[in-house]
Design a protein around this ligand. Structure first.
Ligand SMILES: NC(=O)c1ccc[n+]([C@@H]2O[C@H](COP(=O)([O-])OP(=O)(O)OC[C@H]3O[C@@H](n4cnc5c(N)ncnc54)[C@H](O)[C@@H]3O)[C@@H](O)[C@H]2O)c1
Ligand SMILES: N[C@H](CO)Cc1c[nH]c[nH+]1
Ligand SMILES: [Zn+2]
Length: 429
C-alpha cells in the first residue's frame, strides 16, 4: 500500500504505478489470448476441451459433458439451504424490479402529416453471459447478467462459468435457474469467450457476450468485439472512497478490503482530507486483513494496488476521482448529496456512511457489472439496453414524399449521387 499526499511533487510518479495496472498485465496477456482464440476458431470443441483441462483442471472426456444437465440442477437445489434460496430470490426480485424501470418501448411518432417516424426495440435472440469462477464463485453475477437479459426478452441465455477442479458451485446453478438461464456450460476464460463468439459444434454462437471476468476474459472480450457485441470491459474490481474525516475508519477499511479480496489485481483506494483518519484506516486494514479467509489475495492486492491518499480539500479529491473514473465510488462524507453533482466518471456511486459497496454487489437493485480500468469515462453499467437493439422506422406517404422530396434530391445532388436523387425524383409529381 502506498500512503501518498496528492500535493507532493512526487505524487504523480508514485501513483502512476497503481494506474498502470491494466497496461502492465495487458501486454503479457494479449498474445496468450490471441493464441487461445485462434485455436478455438480452428479446432472448435477440441481446443475448448484442451484449455478447460489445462486451466480448470477439469477431467471431462467429451465436450458434451461440459454442459450442465437437469440432474445436476436438481442435485444443486437439493444441496442448497432454504434460506440461501430465499436470499437469492430476494436479489432476483430486486434486480428485476430495478431493470424493469429501464425498459424502452417501441415508438412511432405521427407529429407530421403523411410521415411516420419511430424506433423499434427488439430483444437480442441469443446472448452469452460470462460468470467468473476462477478464484471465487459468483451467484450474484449470474443474477446481474441473466435477469436483465430475461427482463429485456432475450430468446436464449447461454451461461458459461469455469469450475476449477470440476466442482460446480450449487449456488451458481440455483441462481441460474432462478434467473431463467437456458443452458449452462462449465467453461471459462478466453476459450469460453471465443467459443461463444464463433460457436463450436457444441457451444452455440451468440449475438453478444456480457459479464465480468479476470484479465484473460476482459482481453478476450475486447478481441472478439465486432464478431459479437460486448457490454464493456469489466475486469478486476476497484473501489475508490472519498472521505472528509467523518465516519468510522473500521467501516471504510472493510469496504476497501471487500474489493481487494476479489483478485490480486483488484485496486482499493481511499482519498481523504484528514491525514489522521487515513492513518487509522491504514491500521484497520492491516488488522482486518489477518482476519480474512482470502487474506493472501486481499493482501497482495492491497500491497500492490492499494493506496491511502491525503488531499488538501474535497474538490481536489473529487477532481482526482473524476480522473480515475473508478468502477465503484463511495462518498463517505457528511453530506454526500451535496457533492454528487460534481461526480462525472464512476460506474456506481454509493452515498453516505451506511451504503457499503457490497449492498450494490448483491441486492440493492442496480447492476454490479460495471466498467473498470478507467472505462467509466465512456461505458455505463450493464443495463437492459445491452440486451436489445433498435431499428429506425421511416414511413412517407405519397404526400409526404412530395412535400420533402425536392430537398432530398437537392442534398443528393450536392453529394453528386445521381442515383439517390433519381430514386426520389422519379416518384415526385
Ligand atoms: N466487474 C464486475 O462486475 C465483477 C464481478 C465479479 C467479479 N469481478 C472480477 O472478475 C474477476 C474474476 O476472476 P477469476 O480469476 O476469479 O475468474 P474468471 O472466471 O474470470 O477467470 C478464470 C479463467 O481464467 C483463465 N485463466 C486463468 N489463468 C490463466 C492463464 N495463465 N492463461 C490463460 N488463461 C488463464 C482460465 O481459463 C480460467 O477458467 C476478478 O478480477 C473480479 O474482481 C468483476
Ligand atoms: N464487486 C464485484 C464487481 O466488481 C461484484 C461482486 C460479486 N460478488 C461480490 N462482488
Ligand atoms: Zn464485490
Amino acid at each position: 500500500m502506498k500512503f501518498l499526499d496528492i500535493r507532493d511533487n512526487s505524487f504523480e510518479d508514485a501513483f502512476a504505478a497503481i494506474l498502470a495496472r491494466s497496461e502492465e498485465t495487458g501486454r503479457d496477456v494479449e498474445q496468450i489470448v490471441v493464441d487461445i482464440i485462434a485455436e478455438v476458431r480452428s479446432r472448435g470443441d477440441a481446443a475448448v476441451l484442451d484449455y478447460t483441462r489445462r486451466f480448470d483442471r477439469l477431467e471431462a472426456d467429451s465436450v458434451h459433458s461440459l454442459e450442465v444437465t437437469e440432474v445436476e440442477f436438481n442435485e444443486a437445489f437439493a444441496r442448497v439451504a432454504d434460506e440461501d434460496i430465499a436470499a437469492l430470490k430476494l436479489a432476483v426480485e430486486r434486480v428485476a424490479r430495478f431493470h424493469q424501470k429501464q425498459k424502452q418501448e417501441t415508438w412511432l411518432s405521427t407529429d407530421e402529416p403523411d410521415i411516420m417516424l419511430g424506433q423499434m426495440v427488439t430483444p437480442l435472440q441469443r446472448v452469452g453471459i460470462y460468470v467468473p469462477g476462477g478464484k471465487a464463485s459468483y451467484p450474484s453475477s449470474v443474477i446481474m447478467n441473466a435477469v436483465p437479459a430475461k427482463v429485456a426478452g432475450v430468446g436464449e441465455v447461454i451461461m458459461v462459468a469455469p469450475t476449477p477442479g470440476g466442482e460446480i458451485n450449487p449456488h451458481v446453478l440455483v441462481a441460474a435457474r432462478l434467473s431463467g438461464v437456458d443452458r449452462v456450460f462449465r467453461i471459462g476464460g478466453a476459450q469460453a469467450v471465443a467459443a461463444l463468439a464463433y460457436g463450436t459444434a457444441t457451444i452455440p454462437k451468440v449475438a453478444k457476450i456480457t459479464g465480468p471476468g479476470n484479465i484473460y476474459v476482459a482481453t478476450a472480450k475486447k478481441l472478439v468485439f465486432g464478431q459479437v457485441g460486448i457490454d464493456m470491459i469489466a475486469g478486476p474490481s476497484e473501489i475508490l472512497v472519498i472521505n472528509d474525516g467523518s465516519g468510522n475508519p473500521a467501516h471504510i477499511a472493510a469496504d476497501l478490503l471487500s474489493q481487494a479480496e476479489h483478485d490480486e489485481l483488484a485496486s482499493s483506494i481511499l482519498i481523504t482530507t484528514d491525514r489522521a483518519f487515513g492513518e487509522r484506516v491504514a491500521e484497520e486494514v492491516e488488522l482486518q486483513l489477518g482476519q480474512l479467509s482470502r487474506e493472501s489475495i486481499a493482501r497482495k492486492s492491497w500491497e500492490t494496488y492499494g493506496a491511502v491518499i491525503v488531499s488538501g480539500s474535497l474538490p481536489e479529491a473529487i477532481d482526482f476521482s473524476n480522473r480515475i473514473a473508478p468502477e465503484h465510488l463511495e462518498l463517505a462524507v457528511t453530506d454526500p448529496f451535496a457533492i454528487l453533482p460534481q461526480i462525472r466518471n464512476a460506474g456506481a456511486i454509493f452515498l453516505g456512511h451506511f451504503t457499503p459497496e457490497a449492498a450494490g454487489d448483491y441486492l440493492a437493485g442496480p447492476n454490479h457489472t460495471l466498467p473498470t480500468g478507467g472505462t467509466a469515462r465512456f461505458f455505463s453499467p450493464l443495463s437492459l439496453d445491452d440486451f436489445v437493439k433498435k431499428s429506425s422506422i421511416v414511413y412517407f406517404s405519397e404526400g409526404g414524399l412530395n412535400r420533402l422530396g425536392r430537398s432530398i434530391v437537392h442534398i443528393a445532388q450536392l453529394e453528386g449521387l445521381e442515383a439517390h436523387a433519381k430514386s426520389v425524383s422519379k416518384r415526385l409529381k
